[in-house]
Design a protein around this ligand. Structure first.
Ligand code: 5GP
Ligand code: MG
Ligand code: MG
Length: 184
C-alpha cells in the first residue's frame, strides 16, 4: 500500500481499487461492442472525470477520440446549486458525432441535463451517458445513465476523481468522508 494521509478521513470504503478496475473493464467491453464501428467521441466532464476517463478509454479498445468540457455547479459545497457554468468549452465541432459523455457521478442531474441539451444544440448525432457512479435518490431532472458503474446511496463520496474542497481526488478507491472533516 502507498503511504496516504487521506485514509484517516474516510469513514467507510464503498468500492475498492480492484472493484473499480474490474467494473471499468466490463464497461469498456460493453462500449466496444456498441461503438467499435462508429469512431465515438468521448467527452469527459472536468474535473471529476479525469481518472475514470483515463481508465475507460483504455478499457474501450476501439478507434475513438477524446475531448473535455469543464462544467461547474458546485461552489465547494456538498450540494448542487442547480446553475451550471461552462468553465472550459469544447474545442472542436461535435456536429454529427456519436458522443460518449464521461462523468464521475450523476446526482441531481442538473449538470448532465444541461450538457445533453447543449450538445444536441451543437448537432451531436447521439449522446450516450456513462457515469462511474449513480445516485438516483437525489435526482431533480429527468436524466438517466445509459451505463453506470455503481449505484451509491445518498451519501457524499470522495476518491477516484471525486473531491471535497478539491481534495481526495487522487485516492485510488471511493469512500464516505467522516462527518468531522466537514465541520473542520
Ligand atoms: P449533479 O448534481 O449536477 O448531477 O452533479 C454535479 C457534480 O457534483 C458531479 O459531477 C460531481 O462532480 C458533484 N457531486 C455530486 N455528488 C457528489 C458526491 O457525492 N461527492 C462528490 N465528491 N461530488 C459529487
Ligand atoms: Mg462531475
Ligand atoms: Mg466537486
Amino acid at each position: 500500500m502507498a503511504k496516504s494521509n487521506m485514509d484517516q478521513d474516510i469513514l467507510k470504503v464503498l468500492f475498492s481499487e480492484q472493484e473499480i478496475h474490474d467494473r471499468i473493464q466490463e464497461m469498456g467491453n460493453q462500449l466496444y461492442d456498441e461503438f467499435h464501428d462508429r469512431n465515438p467521441l468521448f467527452v469527459g466532464v472536468l474535473n471529476g472525470c479525469f481518472l475514470f476517463m483515463a481508465d475507460l478509454v483504455r478499457a474501450t479498445q476501439c478507434k475513438s477520440e477524446v475531448e473535455f468540457i469543464g462544467l461547474s455547479s458546485y461552489q465547494n459545497a456538498t450540494k448542487s446549486s442547480g446553475v451550471v457554468q461552462i468553465t472550459r468549452d469544447l474545442q472542436r465541432d461535435i456536429s454529427g458525432r456519436d458522443i460518449i459523455v464521461v462523468e464521475d457521478i450523476l446526482d441531481s442531474g442538473n449538470t448532465l441535463y444541461f450538457l445533453k441539451d447543449y450538445m444536441l444544440a451543437k448537432g451531436a448525432n447521439s449522446i450516450t451517458i456513462v457515469t462511474l457512479l449513480d445516485k438516483p435518490s437525489r435526482r431533480e431532472k429527468p436524466i438517466y445513465p445509459d451505463l453506470a458503474g455503481f449505484e451509491v446511496p445518498d451519501e457524499f463520496v470522495v476518491g477516484f476523481g471525486l473531491d471535497y474542497c478539491q481534495q481526495y481526488r487522487n485516492m485510488p478507491y471511493i469512500g464516505v468522508l467522516k462527518p468531522e472533516v466537514y465541520s473542520k
